[in-house]
Design a protein around this ligand. Sequence first.
Ligand code: GDP
Ligand code: CA
Length: 336
Amino acid sequence: MRITVLSGGVGGARFTLGLLALLRERLPDGSGGTTAEVTVVANTGDDMWLHGVRVCPDLDTLMYTLGGAVHPGQGWGRREETRRVSTDLAAYDLGWDWFTLGDLDLATHLARTQLLREGFTLSQVTDRLCRRWQPGVRLVPMSDHEVETHVLVTDDDGTSPRPERLMHFEEWWVRYRASLPALRFVQVGLEGAVPAPGVLAALTETDVVLLPPSNPVVSVGTILALPGVRAALAGSPAPVVGVSPIVGGAAVRGMADACLRTLGVETSAAAVARHYGLRSAGGLLDAWLVDTADSGCVLGLAGQGWLVSAVPTLMTDVAATAEIAAQALALVGREP
Ligand code: GDP
Ligand code: CA
């Protein structure tokens, strides 16, 4: 079975780890290998240049999580990380004190930047970095072009008229904790950008497409904004199933509600489903898995033609997450 996942960082990586555990568990001989071929298309809208190096937060979170190197408490960055370099940089009064660049993590960014400077594409560089981390999936950036999500914000300081300015998504998210009112998201570099090699084929030549509970606006939404992606999904013979990132009317971790508000989408499992849309009605999804806390929306969605069910969707550990992945696949008849 071929499985394609469209992923952001922490939410998508945790989900994929559970999916891989499920696939291993269902193998008849119980061996560590897997009969399924999993392709993860990663959002690169959060990428940025910092201190002269290219940082790819979602690709790295996926690579470290699936490669067994992620910091267990944080869910991003490297385990046993230190911060000697960033502390020393601060002594020069340089850099962004709100964005952590750990020493081990920095080695990844240096390696990536060196290879990019040598002329390799981001896809090729990602392949090369994955040779070390062996994530157990084919990890593909959504595009080899630089497409960065920026946020048009107003400074809510009570003065009138309030100035508007554009800042990198990570600054809005990490530095301001999404507290500055966001007027809209702008994908800088989207014109002229195309999906990376293999991305469109991964959507059409597959047995199932999974949308993990990643941020629907700035993780999955950014991938969907690339030319050809929506059309490939709409025309794919494979069923498309999503897991709600909204549980009990709230984002589980992070501030996805602030992103949804900017688009005028209510923070509820049903509203996110309708935002993606039902494929038979011109949208993207065939099926939607919600949390038991949101079971109240199941009948309504089913009545509109959705394949939908409610199960516990908190990714508390790998076993619980494997069960979520199993339920998502079962909704569209793709049990491993
Ligand atoms: P990021 O790039 O690191 O922000 O990660 P993603 O975009 O992949 O995922 C972030 C989203 O995951 C958040 O919007 C949360 O709502 C969602 N999320 C996090 N943990 C859980 C969980 O345990 N269950 C569910 N259903 N969603 C979760
Ligand atoms: Ca991200």
